[in-house]
Write a protein that binds this ligand. Structure first.
Ligand SMILES: Nc1ncnc2c1ncn2[C@@H]1O[C@H](COP(=O)(O)OP(=O)(O)OP(=O)(O)O)[C@@H](O)[C@H]1O
Ligand SMILES: [Mg+2]
Length: 308
């Protein structure tokens, strides 16, 4: 069974407007609220393949209640630590010209007691899960080595840990040698503190992470597919050209694909195709963290994996 960790979830609000400018009043036509935060996107995609999954993290206030209610409605299992603060909202404004403006709240501050409660919950219940996925940024109040500690605890119990984060959280996280990490180009640039312009730059960055004892490094490159590094081999994964509708969350869908593949023991090449196809299928949907299963099958047939 898969456990997903979303330490800083949000209600993602999407407003569709005819136009959008500063200093004016606008009336939103179509409004959508979805439980968000990268880990919850991953959870939804895993659940759509009917693979057992449970979501954990922190939830608080009115927004926290709303998310719990939505998870219940969607039949998603969860075990979140309640907090005093208010779970954040993230706002995306999409105007008719297709331009998207985003406003992201930083979210509540987690206090010491809430952090301790989370860690003790985590320690006591991870024994039932084989794969642990942690996604996204850390909320304020937690130290940047939070994922590092969760990975260490997971590893002592023989769990395979997938980490999809950025900045300091990623930097610290890889020190504990998670099983799989998936930086995109920008995240790899931040980690390496230099521009990534060539295949060689990607390989250098991936080697840096592999040297930390990480088993599989996936560098995702949006419409250009991905490069995957495992056991001294390098794979180039090419994805078909598609009409992208909303590529946000494609990395999360890809992570879901890896988690499902690991739990189902797919062979390596099949895993690469399946995970990449999940990412591509997500880009073809308007909703974030949604894939169509038949579409994933179709895309898989068009993905080319070559060893370089
Ligand atoms: N426009 C696209 N066309 C085809 N495939 C795509 C496209 N965008 C993403 N993908 C697929 O999804 C994978 C992950 O996408 P990407 O590299 O954009 O992740 P990301 O930046 O982590 O996204 P996010 O953080 O928003 O979830 C890619 O490796 C590719 O397989
Ligand atoms: Mg990402």
């Amino acid at each position: 069974m898969i456990l997903t960790i979303t330490l800083n979830p949000s209600i993602d609000r999407r407003y569709t407007l005819e136009q959008f400018e500063k200093g004016e009043i606008f009336r939103a036509g179509d409004v959508q609220y979805t439980p968000g935060g990268k880990g919850l996107n991953v959870t939804r995609v895993i659940q759509s393949f009917q693979e057992p999954v449970i979501a954990t993290g922190f939830l608080g206030g009115f927004s926290g209640k709303y998310i719990l209610n939505e998870l219940n409605k969607a039949g998603i299992d969860h075990n979140f630590i309640p907090i005093n603060g208010e779970t954040r909202s993230c706002l995306a404004i999409i105007s008719d010209d297709g331009i998207q403006t985003e406003i992201l709240e930083s979210g509540p501050i987690i206090n010491e007691e809430e952090m301790v409660r989370f860690k003790s919950l985590y320690k006591s219940f991870i024994k039932d899960y084989d794969i642990i996925v942690a996604s996204g940024s850390l909320p304020r109040g937690l130290h940047a080595d939070m994922y590092k500690e969760l990975i260490r605890i997971g590893k002592t119990q023989g769990k395979r840990f997938i980490l999809d984060s950025s900045g300091e959280a990623l930097e610290y996280g890889i020190e504990a040698s998670p099983f799989l990490v998936k930086p995109n180009k920008e995240e790899l640039e931040n980690l390496m503190e230099r521009a990534i312009n060539s295949e060689k730059d990607i390989i250098d960055g991936a080697n840096y992470i592999l040297n930390k004892g990480v088993n599989i490094v996936v560098v995702s490159l949006g419409k250009d597919g991905s490069m995957v590094f495992h056991e001294n081999k390098i794979y180039r994964v090419r994805v078909p050209k598609i009409k992208a509708i909303n590529p946000v969350g494609s990395g999360d869908a890809m992570i879901a694909g890896f988690a499902i593949s690991l739990i189902r023991d797919y062979d390596f090449q099949h895993m690469l195709k399946f995970a990449a196809a999940c990412g591509t299928a997500n880009a073809m949907e308007a909703e974030t963290g949604k894939v169509d299963r038949d579409n994933v099958k179709n895309i898989m047939n068009k993905i080319i994996v070559e060893e370089i």
